[in-house]
Ligand binder design. Sequence first.
Ligand code: NAD
Length: 266
Amino acid sequence: MIFSLKNQVALVTGASSGLGYACAEALAKEGACVVINYHSQAEPAEELAEKIRADGGRAIAVKGDVSKEADVENLFDQTIREFGRLDILVANSGLQKDAPSIEMTLEDWNTVLDVNLTGQFLCARAALRQFKRQEHRQDISKAVGKIIHMSSVHQLIPWAGHVNYAASKGGVDMLMKSLAQEVGEERIRVNAVAPGAIATAINEESTQGEAGKALLKLIPYGRIGAAEDVANAVVWLASDLSDYVHGTTLFIDGGMSLYPGFRDNG
Ligand code: NAD
């Protein structure tokens, strides 16, 4: 059993920052050729691609909005043009537009659903089409292809003031499971990771200072997560070491989903 992702091609969406950046970097370290999708921040995406190339790997940065069908088609076209195939999709892009429900605009509802759920569908569909089109290289992976969705503990834990975000991640859960049920026979593996509180740009306000200390009450393991905690799990899910893992969400949350409020409620 090998851990290496050598000669495999991985596409990571929203990889100019945070978890996507860490996943792209970690996949490249294991030998994968990496496509770094970015939405608006070209500089960090290009810098990461350059860093990977300087370390002897292969990487390109490609602009694209995952909620736009034409952008997603272009993203996958550029991947195939550069590397000739696709083995791993990490559908990571996501955002928050928070507001109490009675104040939430339809625009903010739609934007979050468009990026967090429709974007994951469009990328997964494009990946499946490519997996079916290409030759299965058993010398590089037991599976024909692997899709890893970026979910959240909020696919499970309700979140007042964030109904669009929680609904999008609940949708990702059923998207992932239904896809897994649909394509498993074709040796395509579909899974998700559900991070808890990981310090990145999306949650800077809640993970730093006093807010960060208060957040620890929700984390039995007693620390806020780092992007690498998620990236390590994604690398494992992308590798043959997890070959029999299919249709599962791996919670990477220091126990946040264990209802920690019940600890002191005996
Ligand atoms: P982040 O803001 O650093 O990353 C989000 C990325 O998505 C950014 O690079 C952004 O440019 C990209 N993006 C936004 N809209 C896009 C679009 N239309 N098309 C393409 N890319 C787009 O935050 P992050 O924490 O790294 O979040 C990454 C993923 O992890 C998200 O799906 C988020 O919901 C999920 N997540 C994060 C945490 C956490 O604690 N940080 C917890 C649970 C889930």
